[in-house]
Design a protein around this ligand. Sequence first.
Ligand code: TRP
Length: 333
Amino acid sequence: MSNHVVLTGDRPTGCLHLGHYVGSLKNRISLQEKYDCFIMVADIQALSDNFDNPKKLAENITEVCKDYLSVGIDPQKCTIFIQSLVPELFELSTYYLNLISVSRLERNPTVKSELKQKSFSSSITAGFLAYPVSQTADITAFKGTLIPVGEDQLPLIEITNEIVRKFNKTYNTDVLLEAAPVLGKVQRLVGIDGKAKASKSLNNAIFLSDSSELIRQKIHSMYTDPSHIKVSDPGKVKGNVVFDYLDAFFDDKNELDSLKLQYKKGGLGDSVLKSILNDNLQNFLKPIREKRDSISDKVVFNILYEGSKIARKVAKETLSQVKDAMGLVYKYD
Ligand code: TRP
């Protein structure tokens, strides 16, 4: 088992939130103790739907990296790097583009649902449609076999494995490895509005870097049970965002079960319930925020720069194996 390689990444479109934490960051923190880990800030992938705003991505690269460090991702154990500083990835993508059809890419449910949220005015760009191919390059360049991600990424890992099999079969090699997702215990953290998953673009998330006052306000505005009007009314636990968050973050499960019972029976008010969650999340996020505030940009740049050098070495080696397998080695002397 110990020869697994962990590879994952995030688009630098904004700061990371509690959904990222339960879906993927938490797993990374434990995986880094056992395996080689590569974590990329995927600026080029983010360009695929932010091509008109590269400045925003540049600014968020440091924010995302600070989020990593603040939750305990350790640059001594993980290689943290910037995707665009590893140009070998784009060469790999070019080779892989030949191994998948346009219709297969169009059938990808992740891309379909992202498209619904996004503003491609006339039609989808070739770059956006093909970002799963570039993600395949990300994973295979590092021989990633364990991919800690949220469940929305599963269709992308399927595409990765299809391309891996097609490559190995076409070029009669075993140079590329298939990858498996590692999902969080809570796979989809609901947004504070209760309507969809917590997401940067829907602005319904609690961010790791939120101030304690903002956390309090967000918890206060959380969707509960609209028919739970008086404290004595029986309330619903299912579909109640406060309980969803308590399920994800409240460690004392016995205590939580008794809160649920009490809420269902009637007699537990929303404001008391919300203050329990507030105490819980404030305690969890305070040390993260304090650590985050203590990290300078200079330290972050250094980690990303050094990490990118290491990542590039590894990707170069894979690229040369890939080109060998394809017979793309020309010697004229
Ligand atoms: N698609 C991922 C996201 O939107 C980011 C990502 C880029 C990634 N490359 C990756 C995830 C490789 C896992 C593996 O968050």
